[in-house]
Design a protein around this ligand. Structure first.
Ligand SMILES: O=C(O)CCC(=O)C(=O)O
Length: 286
């Protein structure tokens, strides 16, 4: 029997209950009474629908796509952000001269990353004062390219104790499954040694970078006996996750491009990885 499949890096993930489940939402009110913080410890993530104002998020999407040459965005509709045509001569994503490199340095984006709602949520989830890690990647995926974030944990990329660091994954626009949002391996934050156990046996397509765990999400589900949690995200939704939960993303095959950012807050006064104190550049090697 064949099942419809999701895809990540061109490989299928069967859309069955064995492999795929729904990301559970946590009500915003749970930030105030400690239930969200407890859930973060138990499940390694909290999915907060509508944490940010939709209009603000859509405005950020529009600002980003306005930075591209004419023709890159279909019909010039930068708010929708459907792919038009490639712009030859554009530097590699997120490097000097590319719109994403400029965007993360803009006052508007910096104000967004420091939004009081994000700061307040991180203070509640960490139970005290926080500081934001300056380095803030922007991810942008064009339909049809079969490129996604490979399965990984954030702890491989940024030094911090599990209980001190939060990532806010923020889709900049609506991001249904077809646009390829973030997916989480259920309760995998408890598998602290998953990297050691998978290292020599996991399918791997990136010989020059051993930091991801694998590009094969089905293999990861089979190996761990866990399933991937997915969601149709809307502009304003945010997922907050801890450094040890395994996550990845799906391929984008909608007309609309997938745009997102990951914003990180750290418990104030704990170790602030020196590599994360500057602005992100996609070729900074971190
Ligand atoms: O958006 C992505 O594809 C990856 C983001 C990510 O890994 C993160 O937010 O930690």
């Amino acid at each position: 029997m064949s099942y419809p499949a999701l895809r990540s890096n061109g490989l299928p993930l069967p859309l069955t209950e064995r492999y795929v489940g729904a990301l559970a939402t946590t009500p915003l009110a749970a930030l105030d009474d400690g239930r969200a913080a407890a859930r973060l410890v138990t499940h390694g993530y909290v999915f907060l629908r509508g944490l940010l104002p939709r209009e603000l998020v859509m405005a950020m999407r529009e600002r980003f796509f306005e930075l591209f040459p004419a023709g890159f965005v279909a019909d010039g509709d930068c708010r929708r952000g459907a792919f038009g045509a490639a712009s030859p001569g554009l530097p590699a994503h997120g490097t000097q001269g590319h719109p994403a490199h400029h965007f993360v340095r803009s006052d508007e984006f910096l104000a967004f990353a420091e939004h009081p709602l994000l700061r307040a949520a991180s203070e509640r989830l960490l139970g005290g004062a926080v500081e934001r890690l300056r380095r803030t990647p922007v991810r942008h995926f064009v339909p049809g390219r079969e490129i996604s974030s490979r399965a990984h944990i954030d702890g491989t990329y940024v030094e911090a104790a599990q209980a001190d660091l939060l990532t806010f994954w923020v889709p900049l626009g609506d991001c249904p499954l077809s646009s390829g949002g973030l997916v989480y391996l259920e309760d995998s934050h408890v598998e602290a040694d998953v990297g050691r156990r998978t290292r020599d046996i996991a399918p791997f397509d990136r010989a020059d970078d051993r930091r991801p765990l694998t590009h094969d999400l089905r293999w990861m589900a089979d190996f761990t006996g866990r399933r991937w949690l997915v969601a149709d995200y809307a502009a304003g939704d945010v997922v907050v996750h801890t450094p040890h939960i395994v996550h990845a993303s799906l391929d984008c095959h909608s007309a609309e491009m997938r745009l997102s950012t990951d914003i990180r807050y750290l418990r104030a006064g704990t170790h602030y990885d020196p590599r994360w104190r500057g602005d992100w550049s996609a070729d900074d090697g971190y």
